[in-house]
Design a protein around this ligand. Structure first.
Ligand SMILES: [Zn+2]
Length: 98
């Protein structure tokens, strides 16, 4: 699941495990399970959260995020420009916080 944490006045998005609820801090710590009804579930990799007994498959978190960004027409240059505009306006980046 995606959650927002408010840190130093900023709304910072993070990925959390749909099993234990804890934050997934790095791509190599998580997978996304895919189910036949179209659901996707973020879970910690290689932990008790990682029960693949009833899914239809899975992606590494990094792979899933790339596919997701492709499907919403993500433009890295435009996004970096917009983040730069936010920073110039005093809305600092969330990178490295939390
Ligand atoms: Zn977990």
């Amino acid at each position: 699941m995606l959650k927002i944490r408010f840190i130093e006045g900023r709304a910072c998005p993070f990925v959390h495990c749909d099993s234990c609820g804890e934050r997934i801090d790095r791509c190599d710590e998580g997978i996304v399970q895919i189910f036949s009804d179209g659901r996707a579930r973020f879970v910690h990799r290689a932990t008790p959260c990682d029960d693949r007994s009833d899914d239809e498959g899975w992606y590494g978190l990094d792979t899933f995020l790339v596919f997701l960004l492709q499907n919403v027409g993500y433009n890295a240059s435009k996004a970096k420009h917009q983040v730069g505009l936010l920073t110039e306006a005093g809305d600092e980046s969330c990178a490295g916080l939390g």
